[in-house]
Ligand binder design. Structure first.
Ligand code: M6R
Length: 369
């Protein structure tokens, strides 16, 4: 049932091109328009929403952090992202004009369920982004957008994450369409790019051997740090989470701009630091800043593992290891940039003799608060 793979996680990583294609299936027509009929929340409610709050846990929370960039950029609706376990304990401000998005692979995560119950009690509309048909979270929500990733068996979430991102991008575009805030060339270009993203993920998967070799060479390390900016920041958090849960290593993700506010003190000789570099296109300020960050940490001895787009030559002099990903629009980059981090963590777990599909102390779905 592992389809020839040693672990479900490897199989699920490999299934990602198909999973993202399945999430798009039937939701974009030939002219590039979206038809999200499942979003059974009336357009009037979507038009009047004045705030979006995303609630989720773990990897799904990281998908939410990335979704915020897309939602705010395409819809201009303020969006907060909150850990479901924290949400209801701070008496959040909610009402009929709040749209809550609950993201969950399993649809059974108790923290997320309690957060959405609380939101509905306050009159908010709740839309679930979920992978498991008929599970509790979609049943208790006003509407659901299924991710169609297929069953995810490995405890570490991989294909569910990528499809959560795709579903959130579609939702953000849909909201932009309904509210008339965005239907320009940029959005059409994004839709076209989303349609190609499966092939790009496939290309990334074909080039992962050096990443595996690198992971094996780092099996004796205690700590790995991850840095990113903009949407690369949640990608860094996700890379660190994967490493914690699979390799049982100390791993932390930081916003690269925070380095000088503390974390740079951690840098020492030969410390592996993974840096997710944003596209050099368009957002050159962001790109240049991260190139300086790479220089800063390397000058202090870090072993830099740089994830950068094909054709980005500026990073080459400062990369001890360079991992190439295809050029994609900035907001979509997490779909390709996360894949090497999944492979990296899976290989490190194997090299350290850990149980990949069933990491210690963890359960696939966390049904207690
Ligand atoms: O089923 P859910 O998406 O609600 O689960 C949320 C988290 O428990 C989950 O993403 C967890 O963080 C994963 N094991 C991470 O790989």
């Amino acid at each position: 049932e592992k389809g020839g793979y040693d672990h479900f996680m490897l199989k699920e990583i490999a299934e990602q091109p198909k999973a993202v294609a399945d999430t798009l299936l039937g939701r974009i027509d030939a002219s590039g328009r979206l038809t999200l009929d499942e979003v059974r929340i009336p357009d009037t409610v979507l038009r009047e929403a004045d705030k979006i709050v995303v609630v989720a846990c773990g990897t799904a929370f990281h998908a939410g952090l990335i979704a915020k960039y897309a939602i705010e950029h395409w819809t201009r609706i303020p969006c907060e992202v909150e850990l479901a376990s924290e949400f209801r304990y701070r008496d959040p401000i909610l009402g009929p004009r709040t749209l809550v998005i609950a993201i969950s692979q399993s649809g059974e995560t108790m923290d997320t369920l309690m957060a959405l119950r609380h939101a509905r009690e306050q009159g908010a509309k709740v839309l679930a982004v979920c992978n498991t048909n008929g599970s509790t979270i979609p049943r208790e929500s006003d509407a659901v957008l299924y991710t169609h990733a297929g069953p995810e068996v490995a405890v570490a979430s991989t294909k569910a994450f990528l499809t959560q991102l795709v579903a959130c991008y579609l939702l953000a575009l849909h909201l932009g369409q309904v509210r008339g805030t965005q239907w320009g060339d940029e959005v059409l270009a994004v839709v076209r790019e989303l349609a190609r993203i499966g092939e790009e993920v496939e290309r990334v998967l074909e080039t992962m051997e050096p990443v595996r070799a690198l992971a094996r060479s780092l099996a004796h390390k205690d700590t790995v740090l991850f840095l990113g900016r903009h949407v690369g920041y949640p990608v860094a958090l996700e890379g660190a989470l994967k490493l914690k849960e699979l390799a049982y290593m100390h791993a932390e993700g930081f916003a690269a701009g925070e380095l000088k506010h503390g974390p740079i003190a951690l840098i020492e000789e030969d410390l592996p630091v993974v840096v997710v570099v944003p596209s050099p296109e368009g957002r050159s300020v962001l790109h240049d800043k991260i190139v300086s960050n790479i220089q800063e940490i390397r000058a202090r001895g870090a072993r830099t593992i740089v994830i950068a787009e094909e054709g980005d030559e500026t990073v080459v002099p400062y990369a001890d290891h360079l991992v190439r990903i295809p050029a994609t629009p900035t907001l979509l980059q997490p779909l390709v940039a996360t894949v090497p981090l999944q492979v990296f963590a899976c290989e490190l777990a194997t090299a350290r003799g850990n149980e990949v599909d069933q990491p210690r102390n963890l359960a696939k779905s966390v049904t207690v608060e």
